[in-house]
Each structure stands twice: as structure tokens, then as C-alpha cells.
Design a protein around this ligand. Structure first.
Ligand SMILES: Cc1cc2nc3c(=O)[nH]c(=O)nc-3n(C[C@H](O)[C@H](O)[C@H](O)COP(=O)(O)OP(=O)(O)OC[C@H]3O[C@@H](n4cnc5c(N)ncnc54)[C@H](O)[C@@H]3O)c2cc1C
Length: 401
């Protein structure tokens, strides 16, 4: 892959920067800055999605005929990095990164025509109903049942850890449509409206006191059979296709680099007892340099993946490697930020995290997010396939164990 930006790329970069500085409003930018997880404030994030959609830039990775931009991989990287550098809130992935590509791959024409435009515009807010109380890593053992009754399925069971189910009006989910066959052969992929009678959503309060995930209960919920994606009992194929987008679509290094640069600025402002700044302290610089080295190594691996994809290859187990390294580095950086801020980070002030009307923070704004971000980031090595499970994949596929 050619790592040197071409003239066209530089022109494109300038065009993207101009657009962002003209359209990313202060309150949306603040939402990006105050985000303490991969999700920023949902309302302002959706407002940003509508702005990008109006420009045709909400889903650069989609095929052009469905609303994608037709950009090269390098243009997509430039766009993504410009958004991160500008503190734009990341768009919510369940519709754009997961359900959309799945419908493009497996949906009927009616499903595509009806649903894809609403994903792009943000009219529909999707959540992902895969995990159940006894089916997380071992997803094939899921038990939520869908029994055919005329033109409908009747759903009974429950899902857990469903991110933003309390904001969503749509869910894509996995249900068991056959108990007799092998576990993965009896699963179907179904779309449903969250306001159907018989659905109850109960938010789960996280370590950081934010209700980001939910439990969802189904009691005799009737879903039209036309909402099936792919064939009945073949949902495992669709589910796996979607997981490739969930894991492989992620790039960690650009976000990590920006976060590390912010930690450096923090350290340069923190005074120590010997009238120096923390940045001048050798032990801090050593920890900082180790993180910088690891992020750079990850960046090159991610570039290798991109290079493989641009010449038609498959990232394979490389995406498991970047998932493990990327999430462990995310966690390390939140630890470095805490060690940098010390007691300043310990003031618990959730009201200062509300982007639309933040309370005046005690201390600097960047200290407000440090502990909630640290706590939320403990989950990154669990969701999207736990890191232990990713290590199993690497052991099998790369090391041949
Ligand atoms: C913040 C957050 C958001 C989430 N969002 C969603 C969502 O939107 N939709 C959704 O469907 N799910 C979501 N999940 C669920 C997530 O996918 C599961 O938590 C994850 O798959 C792990 O499953 P589990 O929690 O049941 O843990 P388990 O599978 O019970 O695992 C428990 C522990 O055992 C380890 N383990 C399990 N199997 C093996 C193995 N074979 N070898 C080695 N170690 C193993 C795991 O790594 C883990 O440490 C979310 C989870 C979190 C934390």
C-alpha cells in the first residue's frame, strides 16, 4: 500500500476539513469531547448523522447504489481521521455498520428499499439482539424462540446487554426457529419493531452510572414473517457475516493516537511537587513512550489489513489481533490518563457530562470524563467477542494449535 498521500488525497483532505469546520456545531463537538464510551450523546450524534446524510457522507463504506460515497480506502481513512481530530461524535454503528451491510448482503429488495434509506437518514434507530443470559461467547446456544403461526412468528424469551435498546425503534435479532437440528442450523435472523405489544425494555445501570445497555423481554410478540432476513434456520450465516463488519470494520490506531496526544497535553499542564510538569518526569515519559510504540505498531497492522482488503483479500485472524491489541491499548490509555490527573479525576460530576447543558466543571473539562471513561472501557475487551475468545481464534487460525 502506498502510504504517501497523493495530490488528490490532499485536496480531498482540505475539502473534508472545510466541511467539518463549517458544519460541526459547538454543541455536537462538545458531545464528542464529553463522550465516555464509544457512544456520545445519542440526540446530538443523530443530529450529526443528519448533517452528514444531507451531504451524502453518512455511510462511506456502503456501495454507491445504496448511498455510499464511492471513495477509495485512503479517502475513507482521511475522512475518518478528520472526524476524530475534530472531536466529532462517532456515529452509532448498529444501523450503519451492522444492520445496513447485512441487509445489502442478504435482504430482500423490499427490505432494502424500505429500510436502507431510513438507516442512512437516522429515521430508524437500531439495536442488536444477539446475546442472552446464557448465550454470549457461546451464542449458538441462544434460546429465544420464534414459532411460526400463519404469516407471523411468535417470539418468547429475552436478550441482554442490548446497547441502546431504550432509544431504539428497531431491533435485528437472532431467534431459535428449530430445536431439533444442530444448534447453529436452527437459528434465524429477524427484524422487529420495538413498540410491538409484549416487548419490555429494562435499562441496566453500568459501572459509570450510565444506562447504556438493556435487558429486553419478549412475551408472545407477533412479528410478520416478511421480517426474516435470509432463509429460515439459516440465520447463523447472516449473523456471522454481520460480526465480520462489527469486528473487522473497526480501526483503533487513529482514535488512540488522538487520545494519546490529549494525554500529552494534560501531562504538560500538570505540575508536580518539584515545580516541574508531569511531562518532564522520566517515569511518565517511559509509560507514554510504551503506549506510543504500541499504537504505532497497531497502526501498521491496520494498514496491512487495509492493503489486503484493497487487493481483494480477507483480514481473517488479523481482525482478531487488532481487536485484542486495540482494546487493551484503549484500557491502558484510560489508566495513563488517570495516573496523569491523580486526585483531580476523582471528583464525580455527572452533570458536567451533559453536552447540551453542562454544569460548570470543577477543575478542567478533560478531568470530568477520565473516571467514567476508564470504567466504561473495561467492557471493550468483552463486547464484540471477548478477548479470550479472540485469542482462541488466533491460536487456531494463526498458530495452528
Ligand atoms: C458494554 C457491552 C455492550 C454490549 N452490547 C451488546 C449488544 O448491543 N448486543 C448484543 O447482542 N450483545 C451485546 N453485548 C454482549 C457481549 O457480546 C457479550 O457480553 C460477550 O459476547 C460475552 O458474553 P457473556 O457476557 O455472556 O460472557 P461469557 O460468554 O459467559 O464469558 C465469561 C468469561 O468467560 C470467557 N470465555 C467464554 N468462553 C470462552 C472460551 N471458549 N475460551 C476462553 N474463555 C472463554 C469470556 O472471555 C469471559 O471472560 C455487550 C456487552 C457489553 C459488556
Amino acid at each position: 500500500m502506498n502510504l504517501v498521500a497523493s495530490t488528490e488525497d490532499r485536496e480531498f483532505q482540505a475539502q473534508v476539513k472545510d466541511f467539518i469546520s463549517d458544519h460541526l456545531t459547538d454543541d455536537i463537538r462538545r458531545a464528542g469531547r464529553l463522550a465516555t464510551s464509544v457512544f456520545a450523546d445519542p440526540e446530538l450524534t443523530m443530529a450529526w448523522q443528519r448533517i452528514l446524510h444531507a451531504k451524502g457522507w453518512a455511510a462511506p463504506h456502503w456501495p454507491v447504489e445504496y448511498g455510499g460515497t464511492g471513495w477509495t480506502l485512503s479517502q475513507r481513512a482521511i475522512f475518518a481521521e478528520a472526524l476524530i481530530n475534530a472531536d466529532a461524535p462517532p456515529l452509532i454503528p448498529m444501523g450503519l455498520m451492522m444492520c445496513g451491510p447485512c441487509l445489502i448482503g442478504y435482504g430482500t429488495d423490499t427490505q432494502k428499499n424500505e429500510l436502507l434509506p431510513r438507516i442512512l437518514s437516522g429515521e430508524d434507530f437500531w439495536c442488536q439482539g444477539y446475546s442472552e443470559p446464557d448465550a454470549g461467547s457461546d451464542l449458538v446456544s441462544l434460546r429465544t424462540s420464534a414459532i411460526r403461526d400463519g404469516d407471523d412468528y411468535i417470539i418468547n424469551g429475552s436478550k441482554i446487554w442490548t446497547t441502546y435498546a431504550h432509544h431504539a425503534n428497531k431491533m435485528f435479532c437472532l431467534v431459535r426457529t428449530c430445536k431439533e437440528s444442530k444448534p447453529q442450523s436452527g437459528i434465524s435472523f429477524l427484524l422487529l419493531d420495538m413498540n410491538l405489544p409484549g416487548i419490555t425494555v429494562r435499562p441496566i445501570i453500568g459501572l459509570d452510572e450510565a444506562p447504556e445497555q438493556c435487558e429486553v423481554f419478549f412475551e408472545n410478540v407477533r412479528v410478520p414473517a416478511s421480517q426474516l432476513v435470509g432463509q429460515e434456520n439459516q440465520g447463523w450465516t447472516v449473523a456471522k457475516y454481520l460480526l465480520v463488519f462489527e469486528r473487522g470494520g473497526l480501526e483503533y490506531a487513529p482514535v488512540l493516537s488522538v487520545q494519546l496526544a490529549k494525554i500529552r497535553q494534560m501531562a504538560q499542564r500538570q505540575n508536580t511537587a518539584d515545580r516541574k510538569t508531569l511531562w518532564q518526569q522520566e517515569s511518565f515519559q517511559l509509560n507514554f513512550a510504551r503506549c506510543q510504540r504500541d499504537i504505532q505498531a497497531l497502526e501498521f497492522t491496520e494498514k496491512r489489513i487495509k492493503s489486503a482488503l484493497s487487493s481483494g483479500g480477507n483480514p481473517g485472524a488479523l481482525s482478531s489481533m487488532t481487536k485484542v491489541i486495540g482494546t487493551e491499548l484503549q484500557q491502558k490509555l484510560t489508566e495513563l490518563a488517570l495516573s496523569c490527573l491523580g486526585a483531580q479525576a476523582l471528583i464525580w460530576q455527572p452533570n458536567a457530562l451533559v453536552p447540551s447543558q453542562p454544569a460548570q466543571p470543577l477543575g478542567p473539562e478533560y478531568a470530568v470524563t477520565a473516571v467514567p471513561h476508564y470504567l466504561n472501557t473495561r467492557a471493550t475487551s468483552i463486547y464484540g467477542g471477548s478477548n479470550e475468545v479472540q485469542r482462541n481464534i488466533i491460536a487456531k487460525m494463526v498458530l495452528g494449535l
